[in-house]
Design a protein around this ligand. Structure first.
Ligand SMILES: *[C@@H]1O[C@H](CO)[C@@H](O)[C@H](O)[C@H]1NC(C)=O
Ligand SMILES: *[C@@H]1O[C@H](CO)[C@@H](O)[C@H](O)[C@H]1NC(C)=O
Length: 126
């Protein structure tokens, strides 16, 4: 986990360029596309500018606390490494101070809480 403004900028560029490669996803049908966790998501940078705010770039591996057809599907889909991104990994820009980051030693836990809050709708965790 790294927290640097320069990496954030890089990630914005990547997030802008990469969606062109998502063609395969659409074959699943539009419903599937909406039901899987997005590969990338960036919290609004402008809303993370208070004096003690910390914005992190996070790469995280999804896990499933209980049997999950969605998670099985993501693993199977990702096993086609030639054509597909590893969708069991997610890439996020997160304003972790909103999840209780008090100091560097709490950043990892706060990042996990932020991601898990969002992933609860899919029954998944990181
Ligand atoms: C999309 O695919 C899912 C199964 O992956 C299926 O249950 C659903 O009915 C499909 N939706 C449409 C609109 O075809
Ligand atoms: C996808 O990423 C996870 C987590 O790093 C890894 O365990 C898994 O082997 C990867 N899957 C493929 C197909 O590379």
């Amino acid at each position: 986990m790294q927290c640097h403004k320069t990496i954030l900028t890089m990630c914005f560029v990547m997030a802008t360029v990469l969606p062109g490669s998502f063609g395969d996803l659409m074959k699943w049908n539009d419903t599937t596309y909406l039901e899987i966790p997005p590969l990338f998501h960036l919290d609004e940078w402008a809303l993370c500018q208070r004096p003690k705010d910390v914005y992190c770039m996070v790469d995280a591996a999804l896990i499933s606390p209980k049997p999950s057809p969605l998670f099985d599907f993501l693993k199977e889909y990702s096993s086609n490494t030639q054509k597909h991104y590893n969708r069991t990994l997610v890439h996020r820009g997160v304003c972790i101070s909103k999840c209780g980051a008090e100091g560097p030693e709490t950043w990892r836990g706060a990042a996990e809480r932020c991601l898990n809050n969002n992933l609860a709708q899919y029954g998944l965790e990181v």
